[in-house]
Design a protein around this ligand. Structure first.
Ligand SMILES: [Zn+2]
Length: 236
């Protein structure tokens, strides 16, 4: 029996960039523009880890991952174990693909391990021509400045980028809920996240090129509107 495989004509847009490059904000804009589902790895990880109790674990490929240990890793600025996050993300991709929804990915994939498992799923459900990769670039200095000031709203997790205009905001401009500084946004944790980004995520650029995909680079040190304009241009 031949298995029928649906290839959706929806896009998969993968936004790469260091922490604080505005991936989340751009992803929101892209989701609206192209009718895509904005999938954030941090949201999925936090959902799974929120109520973790001592001894809770998930088995991936025969290995146990203890959720409280993963939570501690995360709070110190390290990445969640690759097999575990990959398991959660591939499950989510398959769900969305079956619902016929396109995806804009911000904050993931974070490692070669992860993309090597996700790429065949993306290709199978969406087709290679619909996979778009954008790299938002930012200097280290700007990464640290932005991250130590970054806020997220309590209700919808709207990311609020640090800028002159938002420096004094205490309430979310979209829904009025309280703005919080994330617990893991201290300078030491951010430097560690930046190192992890270089070591684990930047190698994805070469991986995508080897897969025959173009990686479009965007200067992230512009206004949100200009970054968005450049991304739209790059997607054409
Ligand atoms: Zn909000």
């Amino acid at each position: 029996m031949v298995k029928f495989v649906q290839i959706s004509d929806k896009l998969v847009i993968i936004l790469l960039g260091p922490p604080g490059s505005g991936k989340g904000t751009q992803a929101e804009l892209l989701a609206e523009k192209f009718d895509l589902c904005h999938v954030e790895s941090s949201e999925i990880i936090e959902k799974h880890l929120a109520n973790a109790k001592k001894g809770d674990y998930v088995i991936v490929k025969g290995k146990k991952y203890f959720l409280l240990e993963e939570k501690k890793l995360r709070e110190s600025g390290r990445l969640t174990s690759f097999p575990l996050i990959t398991f959660w993300m591939t499950s989510r991709i398959k769900e969305l693909a079956k619902e016929g929804k396109g995806i804009v990915a911000s904050g993931w994939p974070r490692s070669l391990y992860e993309i090597k498992e996700e790429m065949p799923i993306f290709e199978r459900f969406y087709g290679k021509k619909n996979i778009k990769v954008i790299l938002i670039e930012l200097s280290d200095k700007e990464v640290i400045r932005r991250n130590t000031h970054r806020k997220t709203c309590e209700l919808m997790r709207h990311p609020i980028l640090y800028s002159k205009e938002t420096a004094k905001l205490t309430r979310c401009p979209f829904d009025g809920s309280k703005l919080l500084i994330r617990k893991d946004d201290n300078p030491e944790a951010i430097k560690l996240r930046l190192r992890e980004y270089r070591k684990n995520t930047l190698p994805l650029v070469d991986y995508f090129k080897k897969q025959g995909l173009k990686v479009k680079k965007i200067n992230g040190e512009q206004s949100v509107a200009d970054v968005f304009k450049n991304i739209l241009k790059a997607l054409k």
